[in-house]
Design a binder for this molecule. Structure first.
Ligand SMILES: Cc1ncc(COP(=O)(O)O)c(C=O)c1O
Length: 404
């Protein structure tokens, strides 16, 4: 953990905990490295669903080519914060209201999920034009990965056989321009697997377009670049990915390739920091009960992993009894919820963990607070902090995300 971050955490009082602490310089450095690793012909969008914290979005804005949103709420939020950034609007089940909002907001690209959705949006166009990508569920084997969104029966996108119906609608409506195809088939892929998948997708896409005399200029291959929660230091290899894309793009000289990662961009900049309230032993097994839990950080429950963490020892102990501790043994870190599912990390070896010590969970910058069931048991919400080298605020800052 960076010393600036550790200092910030050190200044938080017990009442400030639990807290999300976001390391903005680290985020900027990371996204800059991603951008630098990618060939120029690759456009980088950030999938706002991973974390739509305003300061994160603003920090990313100057490094990305735009944002991918998946609801009217995300669309308004992103447009309000970074008004000039291009926006692609994707995701299943867009309502008529959301489609109208997308048209009014002038989104750059609409990712069409079905013929029904395409027909619906054409009823709202009036004199406007619309640039669309058709989302395809390609029958490919994506292997054993964290999340599979396509390649098998799924509610996402269209089977290739259904694309023809959309082409017929587009052919009959000059206001709709087909810009290309969109794919987001899996999450949790390493660089070599991503490259192999993109190769397959691009080959299929160009073949599909050639057979229909379609001038295909754009393919968006989605996100899904993996984050290894079990090995936090093994990051997605953006340099190998960028290097692998170059020869691949050379084979498709007319295509602009877009990617829209979320998790792999912001996961590393976020920390969920809390304290040990109790250490208990049950039938010989050690449990550390923490302030907070999976209602703030649902990621380990959702993905069934141990959230990586660092122990920050707090040496002060002013109680008149012996300080409960676990030493050189596996400990299960749980939260305050009355459910056996409230586990943040299970049976992880610790050198020493005491009541009053702090625990900082890493990789909490993506799909963390925003996917959690905040109000279960009505515990207080965490504070939200942003460490920036220019200014180091202490105390929860202005951003208080609204409960979903
Ligand atoms: C259409 C689409 N694009 C991009 C993403 C971002 O994926 P990730 O955060 O795994 O990079 C998602 C995630 O669900 C998605 O559904």
């Amino acid at each position: 953990m960076r010393s600036a971050l550790l200092e910030h955490i050190g200044r938080l009082t017990d009442d400030d905990l639990p807290a999300y602490v976001h390391d903005l310089p680290a985020l900027r450095e990371h996204v800059h490295a991603i951008r630098t690793a990618l060939p120029k012909r690759v456009e980088l969008l950030y999938a706002a669903k991973a974390n739509s914290d305003p300061r994160i979005l603003r920090s990313l804005a100057e490094h990305v080519d735009g944002f991918e949103v998946a609801s009217g709420g995300e669309l308004s939020h992103v447009r309000g914060l970074v008004p000039d950034a291009p926006i692609a609007f994707g995701g299943p089940g867009k309502t008529q209201k959301e489609l109208a909002l997308a048209l009014d907001a002038g989104v750059e690209r609409l990712h069409i999920e079905s013929e029904q959705e395409l027909r619906l949006v054409t009823t709202l166009l009036g004199y406007r034009t619309l640039d669309v990508l058709l989302r395809v569920n390609l029958p490919v084997d994506v292997g054993r990965v964290a999340l599979v969104m396509g390649g098998h029966p799924s509610p996402f996108g269209m089977d290739p056989a259904q694309l023809g119906h959309c082409l017929a609608v587009i052919a009959s409506d000059p206001r709709v321009r087909l810009r290309g195809l969109h794919f987001h088939l899996a999450s949790g892929l390493r660089a070599t697997a991503q490259l192999a998948l993109i190769d397959e997708v691009l080959t299929w896409a160009e073949d599909w377009a050639r057979h229909r005399a379609i001038d295909l200029t754009e393919v968006n291959v989605g996100g899904g670049m993996g984050v290894a929660y079990e090995r936090p230091h093994r990051k997605f290899d953006w340099r190998a990915f960028g290097a692998g894309l170059r020869p691949l793009l050379a084979r498709h000289p007319r295509l602009t390739l877009r990617i829209e990662p979320g998790r792999s961009v912001t996961a590393y900049c976020g920390w969920y920091v809390t304290e040990v309230l109790d250490i208990k032993f049950s039938r010989g097994q050690a449990f550390a009960v923490l302030r907070g839990g999976t209602h703030h950080l649902r990621t380990p429950a959702a993905k069934q992993h141990d959230q990586p963490f660092e122990v920050i020892p707090v040496d002060v102990w002013s109680r008149p009894w012996e300080r409960p501790e676990a030493r050189d043994e596996p400990v299960t870190l749980v939260g305050q919820l009355c459910t056996p599912k409230d586990v943040l990390a299970r049976g992880v070896m610790v050198e020493r963990l005491r009541v009053g010590d702090r625990v900082a969970f890493a990789l909490a910058g993506a799909y963390a607070w925003n996917i959690s069931h905040h109000d279960f048991l009505m515990h207080p919400h965490p504070g939200f902090h942003h460490v920036d080298d220019a200014e180091v605020p202490v105390g929860g800052d202005a951003y208080t995300p609204q409960p979903s």
